[in-house]
Ligand binder design. Structure first.
Ligand code: FAE
Length: 547
C-alpha cells in the first residue's frame, strides 16, 4: 500500500491492533533489508584487552565523546592510550544479520542488564508497550536514579550509538550561561568548528526536505510553529544525508527510514565508531577493552594511579578483576558514570583530597517530552525518518527549544511529537549512600515543572492556534508530559569548580575529567557538540602543558 493510500485509510482513532500490525510490517521490511555492514576494520581486537598488572601511560575510562576526543588527540601526540569501556564492542551481527535491534522490536540487544524494556514512550493509546527481554549487556541503559530515569548509551562509542545525532552548536549569546569560565571567542573560532568537522556534521538539503514523504511530520511541525509565530530552524545532524536520500529512493538498506534509533543505527549514522574512534584506532596507539568496568582509581605507591577493573560477561557477571597502573587517568564515563565514580572514590577514601564540588551541579538539560493530536487534515505521515532535522526556537522568550521529533510507528498517527530542551534552573547532587553502597541522586520529579511551563510556552500557543489538544496516551493513561526522564545528563564534576578550567581534578595531578560532567546542567540545545568542543579545547591545553 502506498503511503498516501495508507494515510487516507487511517483514522484518527487508530486501534491498538492496527498499531501492532503497522509495527510488524516495519519489522518485516527490516528483515528483508539486507545484511548489516560491520565496521570496515574492527575497532576492538579481542586479544588486546588489557591484562592485569599492566602499566599504561594513559587510561581513559569510557568511549563516548569526551573519551574519544582525548584518545585521538593523545594518540596523535604520540602517546599510547588504553580505553576501558563497560559496554560491548557492537561490531558483530546478531542472529538476524544485524548489529543493532529495531526500535519497534526491542530484543536482548536493546537494554543494559534489564529483564523488561523501559521504553521512553511507555504507552500507546494508553496501553503499556514494554515487554520482557533476556538480561544482556544491551546498548541502552535506562538508569533509575532517584526520581529520574537517565538514558545513556553503553558500548564502544557511548551515547553516539543510541542518540539521534542532532549536532547543535548553542547560540553564541547563550554560551556565557553554559560555560561562564571559557573563552567564547576560542570556542566559536576554533573548537566548535573542529568538533563539527571531527563529527561529520551536516544539514538536510532543504529542497529534498520539502519534497520527501519521510519529513512530512517535520513540515507539519514547521507549518504549525510558524503559524503561531515561532521560528523553525533546521538542525544539523551526523546522519549521512546522502545515504538517507538513497534510503528514500530505495537503493540502499534502510536505517533512518526503517525507524532505527535508540538501539543503534545499522547504516547511515556517523557514530563515534566511524569518526573519532576510527581515526584514533588508525594511529595504532589506541587499544580498547570492552566489557571492562572501572571500579576504583587511587594513588599508586610508586607514582601514578592504581585502577581496579571488573571484566564482565554479557549477563553482567564479573569474570575477572584486574589491577593496572596508569600515569594519567581521564574520567570520560559520562555525567552519571564519572560523577558516581568520583563521589564514591572521595567518600570511601580512595581519593579523599577531591574537593567538595564533586557530585554537584547536575542537571537534565531541561528535557521534557510531549505529543499533540493533529486534525485529520494534518497527517504526519506513516513513513517518518527517525532522525529529527528541525526544531522550534523559543529559548529567548520562553526558555524552550523543541525538537520536532518523529514517532516512527509505521502507521499514520496524526500525532506531533516533541523533545523540548528547556532552561529549567533546578540542579541536583550526587551523594554516597554508605548503607546501600551506592551513589544516589536527589533529583525530584516536581523539579521538572519549570521545564514543563517553558515547553508550554510553545505548545499551549500552538494548540490554541490550531484548535488541537495534547496527546495523553504516550506516557501513561491521561498523562501529557514525559517528565520522568532525561536523554541529556550534564554536570556532577563541573569545570572550574570540581576541576580547574581545563578539567584537571583538584587535588590530584594526572587525573582529568573530559566528558559531559564538566558542563553545569544545561547547554540550551542538544549537548554532544559542546561536550566534543570542550574536550577538544581541554585536551589541546593538557597535551601542550602537562605531557
Ligand atoms: P557518554 O557518551 O555517555 O560515554 C560514556 C561512556 O562511558 C559510555 O560508553 C559508558 O558505557 C562508559 N562507562 C560509564 N561508566 C564506566 C565505567 N565505570 N567503566 C568503564 N566505562 C564506563 O559520555 N545529544 C545530542 O547532542 N544530540 C542528540 O540527538 C542526542 N540524542 C540522544 C538520544 C538518546 C536516546 C540519548 C540516550 C542521548 C542523546 N543525546 C543526544 C545525548 C548524548 O548522547 C550525550 O550527551 C553524550 O553521549 C554524552 O557524552 P559523554 O562523553 O559525556
Amino acid at each position: 500500500m502506498s503511503d498516501t493510500a495508507q494515510q487516507n485509510k487511517a483514522s484518527r482513532g487508530v486501534s491498538r491492533r492496527r498499531f501492532m500490525a503497522g509495527t510488524s510490517s516495519i519489522i518485516g521490511a527490516v528483515s528483508l533489508a539486507g545484511r548489516a555492514i560491520a565496521a570496515e576494520a574492527p575497532l576492538v581486537t579481542a586479544a588486546a584487552s588489557i591484562p592485569s598488572g599492566a602499566h599504561v601511560p594513559v587510561l581513559v575510562i569510557g568511549t563516548g565523546y569526551g573519551g574519544s576526543v582525548a584518545a585521538l588527540r593523545l594518540a596523535q601526540a604520540g602517546i599510547d592510550v588504553q580505553m576501558v569501556e563497560m559496554g560491548m564492542a557492537w561490531d558483530t551481527p546478531g542472529s538476524d544479520g544485524k548489529i543493532f535491534a529495531n526500535t519497534t522490536s526491542p530484543d536482548y540487544r536493546s537494554y543494559w542488564l534489564r529483564t523488561r524494556t523501559k521504553q521512553p514512550i511507555s504507552n500507546f493509546l494508553g496501553f503499556p508497550i514494554d515487554k520482557d527481554v533476556p538480561r544482556y549487556t544491551g546498548i541502552l541503559d535506562a538508569e533509575e536514579m532517584g526520581q529520574i530515569i537517565v538514558y545513556q548509551g553503553r558500548g564502544v562509542g557511548g551515547g553516539s550509538l543510541v542518540n539521534g545525532g542532532m549536532a547543535v552548536t548553542p547560540k553564541r549569546e547563550n554560551f556565557g550561561a553554559i560555560l561562564p569560565s571559557v573563552n567564547a571567542d576560542e570556542m566559536y573560532g576554533t573548537y566548535y568548528p573542529r568538533a563539527r568537522a571531527g563529527l561529520g556534521v551536516a544539514t538536510v538539503d532543504p529542497t529534498w526536505f520539502d519534497s520527501t514523504d519521510c519529513y512530512q511530520y517535520a513540515r507539519v511541525g514547521r507549518k504549525q510553529a510558524q503559524r503561531s509565530g515561532f521560528p523553525f530552524v533546521f538542525v544539523p545532524d551526523v546522519y549521512d544525508w546522502g545515504y538517507m536520500e538513497q534510503e528514500a529512493a530505495g537503493t540502499v538498506p534502510k536505517s533512518a527510514l526503517a525507524g532505527e534509533i535508540l538501539y543503534g543505527n545499522n547504516y547511515g549514522k556517523k557514530s563515534l565508531q566511524k569518526t573519532y574512534l576510527a581515526q584514533a584506532k588508525a594511529t595504532g596507539k589506541v587499544t580498547i577493552s570492552p566489557l571492562h568496568k572501572v571500579t576504583s582509581v587511587s594513588p599508586a605507591a610508586g607514582g601514578g594511579y592504581t585502577v581496579l577493573i571488573d571484566q564482565i560477561n554479557t549477563t553482567g557477571d564479573t569474570t575477572a578483576t584486574k589491577t593496572v597502573t596508569a600515569d594519567r587517568v581521564f574520567f570520560a564515563a559520562g555525567s552519571v558514570g564519572t560523577s558516581k565514580l568520583l563521589v564514591k572514590l572521595k567518600a570511601t577514601g580512595a581519593l579523599p583530597g577531591l574537593n567538595d564540588q564533586i557530585g554537584k551541579g547536575w542537571g537534565d538539560n531541561g528535557n521534557v517530552m510531549c505529543g499533540r493530536a493533529n486534525h485529520l487534515w494534518d497527517p504526519t505521515g506513516a513513513l517518518q525518518s527517525s532522525i529529527p532535522c528541525g526544531g522550534i526556537d523559543n529559548w529567548t522568550a520562553g526558555g524552550a527549544f523543541a525538537e520536532v521529533a518523529p514517532l516512527p510507528t509505521g502507521i499514520e498517527t496524526y500525532a506531533s511529537f516533541y523533545l523540548s530542551i528547556t532552561n529549567n534552573p533546578n540542579r541536583a547532587q550526587f551523594s554516597w549512600n554508605a548503607a546501600t553502597g551506592n551513589v544516589d541522586l536527589n533529583w525530584q520529579t516536581a523539579w521538572k515543572q519549570p521545564g514543563i511551563d517553558m515547553a508550554k510556552s510553545i505548545f499551549d500557543k500552538i494548540n490554541a492556534k490550531e484548535g488541537t489538544i495534547y496527546r495523553t496516551d504516550l506516557f501513561g493513561v491521561y498523562k501529557i508530559w514525559g517528565d520522568h526522564l532525561t536523554y541529556h545528563p550534564l554536570g556532577g564534576a563541573v569545570l572550574n569548580k570540581a576541576t580547574d578550567n581545563y578539567g584537571r581534578l583538584q587535588g590530584y595531578s594526572g587525573l582529568y575529567v573530559i566528558d559531559g560532567s564538566l558542563i553545569p546542567g544545561n547547554t540550551s540545545v542538544n549537548p554532544f557538540v559542546t561536550i566534543t568542543a570542550l574536550a577538544e579545547r581541554n585536551i589541546e591545553k593538557i597535551i601542550a602543558t602537562d605531557l
